[in-house]
Design a protein around this ligand. Structure first.
Ligand SMILES: [Zn+2]
Length: 472
């Protein structure tokens, strides 16, 4: 079995085949930093993490880019109200976003480009669209002409008969019914100038629309055709539809081969969590209420398939915390077990091997982690009974440890917050010191990389080597 993903473009599960063998180029829509990201946003971000981890487990080198939107209508409005520039206003929210992401143990993307750092690339893309007749200027505002791009609407299955040629929409978010020419560039208003949200462009001072930013940054770092583009399902229309239109109209090539979308988080009453509606819970609020972010991670990833809605409830969070304890207790128990020369329980060994295959198959089947975890918890029950009866021999123990390693490659929940340096790591640090003393820097660097793989970061200082556990 190889990785299959549900591709929104075709509405089918398809085998994942990257453009370049062995490399997966992944673009994921990141946060708009006008507030703290809420649990619904983090469900998407953890879905990206699951995807990226499973691509790595499957042997791909992953090039993952996640944008940070640090200029948009709401940011400008809020910064103006606070009497700040947009960069002053967004800075703490960018920091909070990365902090929360690390608390949830998401692996870092290779890049987190910011919109305000890529306005030049956006202007260049808009110029290219204007040259091709796909965009036009109306008194300093620039719009994309959807009539110039016949496939418009194919991702979201838009009924093109309803499109109103020549009508325009200036806001970045709108309903399908209002699909019309959309803004690529917005002429600077006095408020934009006051908060530092205006740039020079051949078509006049102004600022980019939201949609153009993702096209420009994705192509800048990943090339004109990406392997996978991911986002929350609420971005499907108009954002992703517009990304496709802008990119493909400019390049004449397919923009992304696989489009994958994660579903909403709803509140306890079933209403969609949304910042704009004021109906949301932040990770900070959950932490303040005593919830462990690692349990929140397990809840968001493990409780429902990414394409099914997920209801945030106290019972759900408590259930995840209980699962976390069970998994950690079990891992401890297996690690501490000393099978010695005991004869293996052949049945347990068999079912552990079967569970490993079934777990892997579930992940390959459109990242069905909940199904995979179901298999794992089933096995935990069986193995706990075998441990109680002292029936776990060396082969079964090894197989159980391998299974836990497989599972934690996605979950990353087994390590406790304070990781003690174990003997092996201490030995490696000593070896590296030895290599440095004898000026064997190649060996020293290799050991540093090996430690990094284990999540340990070394810092060379005047007083010797310091280490810390990397935030992954
Ligand atoms: Zn985007």
């Amino acid at each position: 079995m190889t990785l299959h993903l549900h591709n929104t473009l075709t509405g089918r599960k398809e085998e994942f085949r990257p453009i370049e063998p062995g490399v997966a180029r992944l673009y994921t829509c990141g946060p708009t930093v006008w507030h703290y990201s809420h649990v619904g946003n983090f469900r998407s971000f953890l879905f990206y993490d699951l995807l990226r981890r499973h691509l790595r487990v499957s042997g791909y080198r992953v090039e993952h880019v996640m944008n940070i939107t640090d200029v948009d209508d709401r940011i400008i409005e809020q910064a103006a109200a606070a009497g700040m520039t947009i960069s002053e206003f967004t800075r703490p929210y960018v920091e909070a976003f990365l902090e929360d992401l690390h608390a949830l143990r998401a692996q870092d993307a290779e890049r987190y480009p910011r919109a305000t750092g890529h306005v030049e690339e956006m202007i260049a893309l808009i110029e290219r669209l204007m040259e091709g007749g796909h965009a036009y200027d109306v008194d300093g505002d620039v719009y994309f002409r959807i009539a110039s791009f016949p496939p418009y609407g194919s991702l979201s299955h838009l009924d093109r008969a309803g499109l109103r040629a020549g009508a325009r929409v200036a806001t970045d978010k709108y309903e399908k019914e209002s699909a019309t020419d959309f803004a690529l560039w917005k002429r600077a208003k006095a408020e934009d100038e006051r908060v530092g949200a205006a740039w020079e462009a051949p078509f006049g001072r102004g600022r980019p629309g939201w949609h153009i930013e993702c096209s420009a940054m994705a192509m800048q770092y990943l090339g004109e055709t990406l392997d996978i583009h991911a986002g929350g399902v609420d971005l499907l229309f108009p954002h992703h539809e517009n990304e496709i239109a802008q990119s493909e109209a400019a390049t004449g090539r397919q923009f992304a081969r696989y489009w994958v979308h994660s579903e909403h988080v709803t509140d306890a009453t079933g209403a969609k969590m949304s910042k704009s509606d004021g109906n949301f819970t932040t990770l900070r609020e959950l932490r303040a209420a005593g919830h462990d972010p690692v349990a929140v991670r397990l809840f968001l990833l493990g409780n429902a398939h990414y394409r099914a809605p997920l209801r945030l409830t106290d019972e759900g969070l408590e259930g995840a915390a209980a699962q976390l304890r069970r998994l950690r207790d079990f891992a401890d128990r297996v690690r501490r077990s000393r099978p010695g020369l005991r004869t293996d329980d052949a049945a347990l060994f068999e079912s552990t091997q079967d569970a490993r295959s079934a777990y892997r198959a579930a992940l390959d089947d459109d990242l069905n982690l909940p199904e995979g975890l179901g298999v794992v918890f089933e096995l935990v029950r069986e193995a706990n009974a075998a441990l109680d009866a002292d029936r776990v021999g060396p082969a079964a123990r090894e197989a159980l440890l391998a299974l836990l390693e497989d599972v934690d490659a996605h979950l990353d929940v087994l390590r406790e917050e304070e990781v003690a340096l174990d003997v092996a790591v201490e030995r490696l640090i000593a070896e590296r010191e030895e290599a440095r003393r004898s000026r064997d820097f190649a060996t020293a660097d290799r050991i540093r990389d090996e430690l990094r793989e284990r999540g340990i970061v070394l810092e060379d200082s005047r007083d010797g080597v310091r280490w810390k556990v990397a935030q992954r």
